[in-house]
Ligand binder design. Structure first.
Ligand code: AOF
Ligand code: ZN
Length: 382
């Protein structure tokens, strides 16, 4: 019979979650997982899943603990796997070590990897979990738990002024946030396998969209541009290091053949999809192609029109909302253009992480509550 969790148990489990976060950008599409081993109140092992394909958190923590694992408690942020994947099953390693008790946070939903808790219990280990409900599990490893068949898990990054503006005026690049927020954006990018922008943003900002921060992603995210009329210039900065980091350009199926060839010659992988209206692409088709192309988590970085369309189509799972303490005034491009639609029951947003101060700016991380997504409506891009 499993004992109820103490405050100490919960603190060790939270520490395991915190350790797991060190895997951001490195373990994707695997989940981030941390493990703490405690014997008689003393921590004898602490580790995390460090890189995709590498040893799991439990294996590394057990190696640290050595013989001290016998009779100890292992706290793991995810249910220990029971399958032989790229690495041996963690349930086997835990059983072999003589661990007496395992407390795990989230359930592993995998058909083969899941069920480790039951297997441990059947073999005489006191197994406690899942301690976290589905909502907490999704907040920690959203793309891993979402696994949508027809689209990637999608986050939208927005930086707005106090009065909700994106830039000082149409076609004007406005740097709203400070260097701390910019550094955070590079950290966020590292955990995604694609970064998507509209053609207007690609033209006006001429961004690189590469990751240039403290975390070097295991696989650099693909740069994706939605460009219905195939107008992205061949000398766009995106193409500078296209050999290292791919560029995908989505155009409409009726874009001029010569322009598609020009973009391919510049180094782009071109994906023609159906239009939605005169100036937009069908976003669901774009998402399907991304998913089929192996992207399980993508980050949209603008512009306002694309972000609003993704919101209107209920395709946004997470918002990274940066708010800068400036006022842009009446000429500003509004960040929340079509957001009133959300107020008609189109989604509830809940805080996924504590709000954080980044120099003068604030970052809110909000997740759409599962089950709050309505059917798709219109699509546009820009
Ligand atoms: C754990 N501990 O640290 C992680 C787990 O291909 P593999 O062998 O690396 O297995 C990947 C799967 O294992 C992954 O999809 C998830 O179900 C689980 N991840 N499990 O016990 C860990 N990273
Ligand atoms: Zn494992």
């Amino acid at each position: 019979m499993a004992r109820p969790l103490t405050d100490e148990d919960r603190a060790h489990l939270e520490r395991a979650v915190e350790l797991g976060r060190n895997g951001w950008g490195r373990v994707h599409p695997n989940p981030m997982v941390g493990c703490v081993i405690v014997r008689e109140g003393e921590v004898v092992g602490e580790a995390w899943h460090e890189v995709f394909g590498g040893p799991h958190a439990e294996t590394l923590a057990l190696a640290q603990a050595g013989p001290a694992a016998r009779g100890a408690t292992a706290y793991v942020s995810l249910e220990p796997c029971r399958h032989e994947g790229k690495t041996p099953a963690c349930t086997r390693a835990l059983l072999a070590s003589g661990i007496a008790r395992v407390v795990f946070g989230a359930a592993d939903p995998g058909a083969e990897s899941g069920g480790g808790g039951r297997e441990l219990a059947a073999n005489g280990v006191e197994a406690v979990g899942p301690v976290f409900d589905d909502a907490r599990a999704r907040r920690l490893n959203p793309a891993f738990h979402a696994q949508y068949p027809d689209r990637p898990w999608l986050a939208l990054k927005l930086a707005v002024s106090l009065d909700g503006g994106l830039s000082a005026g149409p076609g004007r690049r406005t740097q709203l946030t400070g260097p701390e927020a910019v550094e955070m954006v590079h950290w966020i990018r590292a955990g995604f396998d694609g970064i998507i922008v509209g053609a207007e943003t690609a033209r006006v900002d001429d961004p690189l969209l590469t990751v240039r921060g403290v975390v070097e992603p295991r696989v650099p995210p693909v740069r994706i541009v939605l460009d219905p009329d195939a107008t992205l210039p061949s000398d766009a900065a995106l193409f500078d290091d296209v050999e290292r980091v791919p560029v995908w350009v989505f155009t409409s199926e009726d874009a001029a053949e010569g322009e598609l060839e020009r973009l391919e010659a510049a180094g782009a992988e071109v994906h023609p999809v159906a239009r939605s209206g005169a100036h937009a692409l069908d976003l669901r088709s774009v998402m399907r192609v991304c998913r089929e192309g192996g992207l399980s988590a993508i980050l949209c970085e603008g512009g306002g029109r694309l972000g609003s369309s993704l919101m209107a189509d209920a395709l946004v799972d997470r918002l990274y909302l940066f708010v800068a303490p400036s006022v842009l005034g009446a000429e500003a491009v509004p960040g929340f253009r079509r957001w009133p639609l959300l107020q008609a029951g189109r989604g509830q947003w809940v805080s996924a992480q504590p709000t954080c101060a980044l120099g003068p700016d604030a970052l809110f991380v909000l997740d759409r509550q599962v089950g709050a997504a309505p059917a798709s409506t219109s699509s546009t891009s820009g």
